[in-house]
Design a protein around this ligand. Structure first.
Ligand code: ADP
Ligand code: ZN
Ligand code: ZN
Length: 722
């Protein structure tokens, strides 16, 4: 075993050693002799332990790079990945332990997979093992999967021995539509791409981006390539999976589509992984974690809804699957397609500068117009339960025409806070700096719930402070909206789709099926309903409470609001004519709303990018965020303050510090969650390599510092929320 030198002894030289260790060697080096004259082989192994280090072991037989091995580590045994076979160990060879077992139930991880993991480790400042091992399906990284009689042969053999499940495919395909000229231009360009090229497919909602993906994928499959198709969330888009099965597996044969997401059981995940690694599956449809699937014949990557924040992992290795997709495509010299109706400003900027080729689908594919957007200025209106008279009238008209309507409000529960009118008491969570949300009815009766830590409490009969019985719910969430709609339109069939109404497995699918079957007139939903769905009979979308999102702290709030409202607006009038979106706001003059009025993403992007450039925010600068957690806010802040001083105290370790800005440590907006206090420090630079070099040196020191201050910390590169 070998540990990296501590920060005190760290020099530029040892940094280079660390970097060179991560470089991958493909062929076993020449044999060497150990003390007893036997041939031995040295293996450098990545383990899932929180140490910026790799660990050397000895094997009696040659082991290819990329193999998984079981090794002793302290008193434990761990699965690791062999990342190099050095000629000499980094330690005195007498201190080196033997490998326990070489796992050969899967082929060694291919070299491009090792490169991807190494890049992610370097870029996101994580130990290589903390990237590689969590990327594997659980069955391939658990020692227990290989121990004991019942595990004979390992999980892959056991899986192969079990009878293969009936595959559902192929499904009857509706005959595909003929592509329009915009679709054809994009599909041809992507299919004709030789080598690496990133394409931004900017297409308004309903413009038929899926058809373009399908054509590009067909062309890649026909050339014998595998296709990786990334989506933000699979469970919400069963329609897409059905079209892929129907249209693509016809070409590649049954069993050639694999699906990968975090909701799969271990066995299913292993099945999908091995079938793409063996090349049996030709198409992999997956969420962000699928970016790490080994695909020997990978020839095309598609990232649908590339702007979606679900591509960003929010714990552990905080990677962006969209960004890694672009890197992986460049590394493999293959095309990548990023599609969206509201691209991230990062991707739009790349297209503006010519780094990405851009194709535009400006019209809806079917004969329906984009919905008309109406802003209802709520400042001078008599509002009732959050509804303007305009919205109520419009809902009534749609009901009469037998069309469906959607009320979009991005807040679940009945009301965000309970309030005492006489003394001002509010329902606070005892463990967080946040209100508890009032939830109504159902099996668990009325209760207060904290959306940050899950804390639950009964609704008090009277004010805990003054005893007054008149406690009032303030503001509204989906439940209250649902209740009010039932009062307004007692005849209407109403459904609510949010995280609460879809908690049980299969309930989301069942609710959506009801909507598709026309058994729902009014649908109330959070962002869960905004994505992807192709509702045939939906004419009207009403948006409540959008302003709350507009004034969120984050500089990306307007971008996110624009994307979300365009997306939810895109649910209206996909198949019925005269689709309409009504946005209620106190600030109709805001640029976000003005751009929405005209469906003008390019205009919004131009404005947004100019604003970012003027103040030096991404994509004109690069950021990292150091977050610290502790029982005491003072400890978290002290840690960050000390971390901020490191470059001044050790200038030789931070040669790029002069072009890095370190902001003051500040408490998070919701400072306490589940009795843990949180603070953060923002790091920024206009120079990405300089920032990377800085972070690499910095992260080597942070571990020791965190132990000293007894805080937990996290360093996030390219944070999406600040
Ligand atoms: P997007 O993903 O761009 O929002 P979709 O791919 O869901 O749009 O397409 C919207 C609808 O238009 C779908 O019902 C699809 O079948 C249909 N469609 C796509 N291309 C065409 C075409 N060329 N002609 C007719 N209908 C099309
Ligand atoms: Zn009171
Ligand atoms: Zn709480």
């Amino acid at each position: 075993m070998r540990l990296l030198p501590t920060f005190a002894t760290l020099s530029k030289n040892s940094l280079e050693v660390l970097m060179s260790e991560i470089s991958v060697v493909d062929t076993p080096s020449s044999d060497s002799l150990n003390l007893r004259g036997q041939t031995v082989f040295w293996l450098r192994v990545a383990l899932d332990v929180p140490l910026q280090a790799l660990f050397d072991y000895r094997a009696a037989v040659p082991v290819p790079v990329g193999s998984r091995v079981i090794v002793p580590f302290g008193r434990r045994k761990l699965v690791g990945v062999v990342v190099a076979v050095p000629a000499e160990p980094a330690l005195d060879s007498r201190q080196i332990k033997d490998v326990d077992q070489v796992l050969d139930d899967t082929p060694p991880m291919p070299s491009d997979w090792l490169r991807l993991a190494s890049f992610a480790a370097k870029y996101y400042q994580r130990p290589l093992g903390e990237v590689m091992l969590p990327a594997l399906p659980p069955s391939l990284r658990k020692v227990t999967a290989y121990q004991g009689k019942r595990s004979a042969g390992g999980p892959v053999q056991r899986m192969d021995r079990r009878k293969a499940k009936n595959t559902l495919e192929p499904v009857n395909a509706d005959s595909p539509p003929e592509l329009n000229s915009e679709q054809l231009a994009a599909a041809h360009a992507i299919a004709a791409t030789q080598g690496h090229k990133a394409t931004l497919l900017y297409g308004v909602t309903g413009s038929g981006k899926t058809e373009v993906y399908l054509h590009a994928a067909q062309a890649a499959l026909a050339r014998g390539h595998q296709v990786l198709f990334l989506v933000p969330e699979i469970n919400l888009t069963p329609q897409l999976e059905a079209s892929l099965r129907a249209r693509l597996t016809g070409l590649a044969g049954p069993g050639t589509l694999a699906v990968m997401h975090s909701g799969l059981a271990d066995g299913e995940r292993l099945q999908a992984w091995t079938s793409v690694q063996r090349g049996k599956a030709r198409i992999l449809l997956g969420t962000r974690l699928a970016i790490f699937a080994p695909m020997p014949d990978l020839g095309l990557i598609i990232v649908d809804e590339e702007h979606d924040t679900s591509y960003k992992q929010q714990d552990g290795l905080r990677y962006s699957a969209r960004d890694l997709a672009v890197w992986r495509a460049r590394d493999r010299n293959i095309p990548v397609v990023l599609g969206s109706a509201t691209p991230s400003l990062e991707s739009w900027n790349h297209a503006e500068r010519g780094h990405y080729q851009r194709y535009t689908l400006a019209r809806r594919a079917r004969e329906v117009e984009l919905p008309k957007v109406r802003l209802v200025d709520t400042r001078r209106l008599a509002m009732k339960e959050g509804f303007s008279p305009h919205l109520v009238t419009a809902l009534g008209e749609r009901l009469e025409r037998g069309e469906q309507s959607l009320i979009f409000i991005n807040r679940r529960g009945y009301a965000p806070v309970l309030n005492c009118a006489s003394c001002g008491w509010v329902s606070n969570c005892p463990r967080c700096t946040a209100y508890t949300v009032l939830h109504r009815g159902g099996a668990r009766h009325n209760h207060l719930q904290c959306h940050h830590c899950g804390y639950q409490a009964r609704v008090p009969r009277a004010c805990p402070d003054c005893g007054d019985q008149d406690l009032k719910p303030m503001g509204r969430g989906t439940q209250r909206v649902e209740e009010h709609l039932a009062e307004l339109f007692p005849e209407a069939r109403i459904a609510r789709i949010d995280a609460d109404s879809t908690r049980l497995k299969g309930s989301a699918a069942a609710l959506f099926a009801k909507v598709h079957a026309g058994e729902v007139d009014l649908l109330v939903g959070t962002q869960m309903v905004a994505k992807g769905h192709d509702f045939a009979n939906l004419g009207l979308v009403g948006v409540l409470n959008a302003d709350a999102m507009l004034f969120a702290q984050d500089f990306r709030a307007p971008e996110r609001l624009f994307a979300q409202l365009m997306q939810v607006a895109g649910r209206a009038g996909r198949h019925v004519t005269g689709g309409e979106v009504i946005i209620q706001t106190d600030y109709p003059e805001q640029p976000v709303y003005q751009a929405l009025l005209k469906h003008d993403y390019p205009g919004f992007a131009e404005y947004g990018l100019a604003e970012r450039e003027a103040v030096g925010l991404p994509p004109y600068a690069f950021q990292a965020l150091l977050t610290a957690e502790s029982r005491e806010l003072s400890a978290a802040l002290a840690f960050l303050t000390q971390a901020r001083l490191l470059p001044t105290q050790h200038p030789q370790c931070f040669p790029t510090a002069s072009v890095i800005t370190l902001y003051d440590p500040v408490p998070l907006r919701v400072v306490r969650v589940a009795n843990i206090e949180r603070a953060q420090l923002l790091v920024e630079s206009a120079n990405r390599p300089a920032l990377q070099a800085f972070l690499t040196a910095w992260s080597l020191a942070l571990g020791d510092l965190a132990r000293e201050f007894r805080v937990r910390y996290n360093l996030e590169v390219d944070p999406l929320e600040i």
